[in-house]
Design a protein around this ligand. Structure first.
Ligand code: GTP
Ligand code: MG
Length: 452
């Protein structure tokens, strides 16, 4: 794992493409370029140089474009060579093998980013953000990864670390000079600041509840009685003629999925078989699947035909209807509304729709998107979502601070409080991948002239 070794890997996926990129990182990078490209002088740094790459026997492999990034100015902090070749896996393999013959070794997964982290080019949250950016499957996930890569989480951690160091410095001073009473009653005193920081940490950690929505997306199940317009709704949400729609009740038997178009998050709508009593064995099997889908979904769209008497829904579905997680779609607004609809689930949010083809109500998707945020099913545009790993460390830091606070109440045990405070610092350090004793000492000496 040492940066003394030169590592090699393709940076683009296996397969045929116009171009492919190979990365070579470590002390041999510049030498490999000079030799393989038959250059008299080393490559100019950060300049695209077209050349023929020849193997160790001097045989040409491909016409490539080479860019050399020198140590200190590269992503990893080392000399780093990027080779763009033609996108044929055979060429990529031959170039890789040639680099190995010239003293390189195959890179481990994530090793380039790991080197960047170890070289102090980025903190751990930024290293994680590189992977998140590559795997992001929605606009919102991209934005979140971009912000984390820019160091936003790291900056927050640095801010809390600074404040905590200040409190710890005051506690340490008290340990050294116990005759000077700690101003525990003072609302801005160390004790209350510990609680304040703990509550901020817990608040930030709460954003991790959206981690899986960002990573894996959300599932919205479309449920209701037969013929209400569920498949019409799915087609509308998908922006495509995905499901069969017919006036015959019981059209949809299996559930079917489609991504909802035009939302910043990856949301899958699931159309299900209509729920009613006394169906055939086949219909009942379909209904069991509908309920399974309803149970697994993050949000429910309950479609009702508002032109007729409200349906008698099966109790298994009624127990799944949560006010926060359900939107009632009162469909067929082109027809007069049945009087009994007024008493149907009055406490639930309802949306009147007409889902006949050509009657598209463009605001429906936007309303759904806004509702998912409002109901805290999806993160808002401004939320920076931390990962479960970050949240775990933040919670531990907060817990340690609450314990520290406990030690500052009578009988005051300042040493124990300071020790808990240091635990919290370590937990914060875990988020960004470092435990910063150096800074702690700097802060201590800068804030107090202890004189010993
Ligand atoms: N008048 C009117 N008819 C609609 C509306 N939406 C859907 N329909 C009609 O209602 C019938 C049933 O629509 P579907 O979308 O197949 O309903 P469904 O809930 O999927 O039905 P099943 O799969 O049988 O459970 C079709 O004839 C649609 O054209 C609407 O807003 N107004
Ligand atoms: Mg249907």
């Amino acid at each position: 794992m040492s940066s003394a070794e030169t590592i090699v890997a393709a940076a683009t996926p296996a397969g045929r493409s116009a171009l492919a990129v190979l990365r070579i990182d470590g002390p041999l990078a510049a030498k490999i370029a000079t030799e393989a490209l038959h250059r008299k002088l080393p490559l100019a740094e950060r300049r695209a140089t077209p050349a023929i790459w020849r193997d160790v026997a001097g045989k040409p492999i491909d016409q490539v474009v080479a860019v050399l990034w020198v140590a200190g100015k590269s992503f990893t902090g080392n000399d780093s060579l990027e080779i763009t070749c033609h996108g044929n896996p055979l060429l990529v393999r031959r170039l890789t093998e040639d680099c190995l013959a010239r003293g390189g070794r195959m890179a481990e997964p994530g090793e380039f980013t790991r080197r960047a982290f170890l070289a102090g080019r980025m903190d751990l949250t930024q290293a994680e953000a590189v992977a998140d950016l590559i795997h992001a499957s929605s606009e919102r996930a991209l934005v979140s990864a971009r912000r984390m890569l820019a160091g936003e989480v790291g900056q927050k951690i640095a801010h809390w670390t600074d404040r905590l160091l200040q409190v710890l410095a005051e506690l340490e001073a008290h340990i050294d000079f116990p005759e000077e009473d700690l101003p525990v009653e003072d609302p801005t005193g160390p004790a209350s600041r510990l609680v304040q920081i703990a509550s901020e940490l817990n608040g930030y950690a709460r954003t991790a509840r959206h981690d899986s929505a960002l990573r894996d997306g959300l599932r919205v199940a479309v449920v209701g009685a037969p013929n209400a317009g569920k498949s019409s709704l799915l087609n509308f949400l998908a922006g495509a003629d995905r499901a069969l729609v017919s006036a015959e009740p019981g059209t949809t038997r299996d559930y079917l999925e489609a991504p909802i178009a035009g939302l910043p998050l990856h949301v899958t709508a699931v159309d299900t078989a209509g729920l009613r009593g006394g169906g055939t064995a086949l219909e009942n099997a379909g209904m069991l699947r509908s309920l399974e889908q309803a149970r697994a979904a993050h949000f429910l769209l309950l479609v009702v035909d508002a032109s007729v008497k409200p349906p008698a829904l099966p109790p298994e579905l009624i127990t799944l209807l949560d006010i926060k997680r359900t939107l009632v779609i009162a469909n067929k607004s082109d027809l007069p509304e049945a009087a009994e609809q007024q008493d149907f689930l009055p406490e639930f949010t309802k949306l009147r729709t007409c889902l006949l083809p050509g009657e598209d109500d463009e605001t429906l998707r936007a309303r759904l998107g806004a509702l998912l945020i409002e109901r805290e099913v999806a993160p808002g545009a401004e939320d920076l979502v931390v990962s479960v790993r970050h949240a775990d460390a933040l919670h531990r830091a907060a817990e340690a601070l609450i314990l520290a606070h406990g030690h500052l109440k009578a009988p005051i045990q300042t040493e124990l409080a300071a020790a808990r405070g240091r635990e919290a610092l370590e937990a914060l350090g875990e988020v960004v991948g470092r435990i910063d004793n150096e800074r702690m000492l700097d802060k201590l000496f800068a804030s107090f002239c202890i004189g010993k």
